[in-house]
Structure formats: structure tokens, C-alpha cells
Ligand binder design. Structure first.
Ligand SMILES: [Zn+2]
Length: 280
């Protein structure tokens, strides 16, 4: 797959405040060619706005759920995630040298979700490639490769993200896996967080490979300060994890709370504000 032209890279270095927006844009340029391409549904004639899919694939409560931290293998290259508003505009130091704040929070959030899910009896595990820069996306250790193997075996793979601060990002919502049909789990997460169109940015690499992406929210304001404040950090992470696990349990058909979501699948639940364009 083609990497980003040098010109854009140079532009990225020159325009610090616009970094978050550009980073997102750069992520979207990827148009992966994978063997399963033929199984994907066609893109709509017009780019989707809001939720344009219904999750109907059901799963039992023993479903293996794999949770990934977005950008865990793509630091210091295009698609490393948002630095967050505190760092990019507020002059704050990054949470950890060498990685974006988004990855820092993706890692902690994904781990907390798995801990909470396991506590509530879900069959969940966390995967971290450990290596922070893997240039070849087809390397078997990447999030994409690991998530797509898991999905191919019938499991559910969810990659955690925080979105760039406004006006660059869109905000919270699930970007559903597309490859194996739309899941009731994504329907349940859309109920809780909102739903992106399945063809968001021309269909991203993860959904094309069977991996769903959850945007927790813009990395700014109350959410970001709740995470950054050591006194409120654990409570903030707990709150997010409980929301995710609750939604997943609602989506599992034979769990105690299950199957309610099945009856509710709906299209036309806009996640975008009226004036916002997708893929800008
Ligand atoms: Zn991200």
C-alpha cells in the first residue's frame, strides 16, 4: 500500500496547530488492497452522513472479544493519532515522551475496558504489539493483522481511539467493522456512543479487515482534563470502561441483559453536526 507523499509530510511539520486535522486526513489516504476486498459491500453513491447501517449479526456471550489500542504500532509515522488539545494548543507536555497522548490514553482505556469486561464475566483480552513503529501494515504483529485474524476466526475485535479536538475530529461514535457484516455489538455501541457511517472516509483500513473502531470523544475539554488530572484519572477511565462493557453486554444475545438491542436497530441516527462535512 502506498505511503504518504513527502510533500504532505513536510506540510505536516510546518503547520503545528493544524497537525491534528492533517494527521486525521493522512490516516484517511490509505486505500488498502486486501484479499477480502471482494467481500466488502459497495460504497454508497454519496458518502454516508451519520449512521447508515444496522447491526444484525448476533453473538453468544462467550464470544472472544479482542481490544486494541489505536495507533499502538504507528508512532512517529503517519497515522500516529492526535496529540490532544492540551499538548497541541495548550502547551502541556505529552503524557509520555515518544508517543501521542491519544495512544497513551488508548492504551490505558483499552486495558481498563478489558479489566472491567473480565470482571463482569466477558471473554475479553487486550493485545499490544509492543513495538511502537511497524511500517509494514501486513506484519503479523500489527493491530490490523492481529485484529483481522481474530475476526476471521469468528471473534469480535474493537480498537479504541480518541478523536482530534474540534473542529478537526468528529467526536464519539462507533465506526463499525464491515468485512463480516454489521454486528449487534456495534449497534449496541452506537446506542451508547453514536454511529459513524460504515463508509467513513471511504471505509477505513480497520473496518475493511473486520475490526471495529470506537471513538471515545474529542481529546479536549472535560474529557481530556479528567484523564490528565491524576486525582480524577482512574474514575474517568472507569466510567468509560463501564459504558463500553455495558453496551457490549447489551449486544450479546444470551447475556442477562441481552437481545434488547436487537429490536432497536435503526438507521438515520446522525452523529455529525448539521454543518460538518465528512472527509474534509
Ligand atoms: Zn485515533
Amino acid at each position: 500500500m502506498s505511503r504518504i507523499p513527502l510533500l504532505l509530510g513536510a506540510l505536516l511539520l510546518l503547520s503545528a496547530p493544524a497537525t491534528a486535522g492533517l494527521m486525521d486526513l493522512l490516516e484517511s489516504i490509505e486505500a488498502p488492497e486486501i484479499e477480502s476486498e471482494g467481500l466488502l459491500p459497495p460504497l454508497p453513491a454519496e458518502p454516508g452522513r451519520g449512521k447508515n447501517w444496522v447491526g444484525t449479526q448476533t453473538h453468544n456471550s462467550d464470544l472472544p472479544i479482542l481490544v486494541l489500542a489505536g495507533h499502538a504500532d504507528s508512532q512517529k509515522i503517519a497515522g500516529s493519532g492526535t496529540p490532544g488539545k492540551a499538548v497541541d494548543l495548550g502547551g502541556a507536555a505529552p503524557m509520555q515522551k515518544g508517543i501521542t497522548d491519544e495512544l497513551f490514553w488508548n492504551l490505558l482505556t483499552a486495558k481498563q475496558i478489558v479489566a472491567e469486561g473480565q470482571r463482569q464475566g466477558l471473554n475479553m483480552r487486550f493485545y499490544d504489539p509492543g513495538i511502537r513503529t511497524i511500517r509494514n501494515v501486513e506484519d503479523p504483529r500489527t493491530n490490523w493483522s492481529t485484529g483481522s485474524r481474530h475476526a476471521k476466526q469468528g471473534g469480535y475485535a474493537l480498537e479504541i481511539h480518541y478523536d482530534a479536538y474540534a473542529p478537526h475530529g468528529i467526536g464519539p461514535g462507533i465506526i463499525p467493522s464491515v468485512l463480516y457484516g454489521f454486528s449487534v455489538l456495534d449497534e449496541a455501541l452506537a446506542d451508547e456512543f453514536g454511529g459513524y457511517p460504515y463508509d467513513y472516509r471511504g471505509m477505513l483500513g480497520a473496518p475493511r479487515r473486520g475490526v471495529s473502531m470506537l471513538e471515545i470523544g474529542h481529546l479536549e475539554g472535560a474529557l481530556e482534563s479528567g484523564l490528565r488530572d491524576p486525582n480524577r484519572r482512574q474514575a474517568t477511565l472507569n466510567r468509560i470502561a463501564k459504558r463500553v462493557v455495558r453496551a457490549l453486554r447489551l449486544g450479546l444475545v444470551d447475556s442477562p441483559m441481552g437481545s434488547t438491542v436487537l429490536l432497536k436497530g435503526a438507521v438515520n441516527e446522525p452523529v455529525l453536526g448539521s454543518g460538518e462535512e465528512i472527509g474534509q
